[in-house]
Design a protein around this ligand. Sequence first.
Ligand SMILES: Nc1ncnc2c1ncn2[C@@H]1O[C@H](COP(=O)(O)OP(=O)(O)OP(=O)(O)O)[C@@H](O)[C@H]1O
Length: 267
Amino acid sequence: MQAKPPHSLPVLDIQHATVYRGDTCVFADFSFLLQAGEHAAIVGPNGAGKSTLLKLLSGEVHPLALDETRLCLFGQERWSVWDVRKHLGLVSHDLQRDYLICAEGLQVVLSGFYASNDTYDHQTFTQAQIARAYEVMRELRIDSLAGRMFGHLSTGEQRRFLLGRALVHDPSVLVLDEPTSGLDIKACFQYLDLLRTQIHKGKSVLLVTHHLHEIPPEIERVVLIKSGTIFADGPKTELLTEENLGRLFDQPLTLIQANGWYQALPV
Ligand SMILES: Nc1ncnc2c1ncn2[C@@H]1O[C@H](COP(=O)(O)OP(=O)(O)OP(=O)(O)O)[C@@H](O)[C@H]1O
């Protein structure tokens, strides 16, 4: 039987996962499926388990080894860190914190090839890899900043470099953790514009957030999670209601919508 190409297999298939962080059971019997080519926004309040889900994908945390538990990436139950890096472009806030402030922009993007927090003497880069890094920086409009130190860049510019780091492998899926938090309106809109370009180029996007305004119109599926449990999963147009979001965040709110974008306001 011919093996299916990775792009036609489900990106992510989690079945019956129970996950602990320290003594806290974050997920009990958690299941989630993301098909190839699909986009989804996982929306939940602080402490819902969003970061834990991302760490499950990056291999930083593991589910309990129960008979009924399955965790497949691109159809594979066992994957190497290398496979994850190549197929999943992970952009998380931890990176922004951990990054060496003296790394130059180009090094930040190149470090994606090694999933490290800087480039080091023992790492070598081919001309093709360097050319790819410049291609990504041009696409993200940060090529003129290639020689600037990461610590001397604005938060918006830093975010774009971290997106570049994730894109350098040309992964089929981008996984983003609250990508625009901390950005001003212009930087936020610029970032979302770049993200939408990636979606239009065919990348799947899994966005984890508690900010409704950063869910681009192209992401049509939302998964509402609270206390490690999915309480709704389906079309954004049906699930993003004042009632559902009020229950999700334990906070009455007014929901506004324009051109496929959403925003929550106080009542
Ligand atoms: N290292 C840890 N040890 C013990 N408990 C943890 C640890 N990390 C997270 N938790 C707990 O796990 C639960 C889920 O945390 P997680 O960080 O995944 O939530 P989150 O949805 O990402 O929250 P936020 O939006 O605030 O980032 C929380 O109750 C949190 O206190």
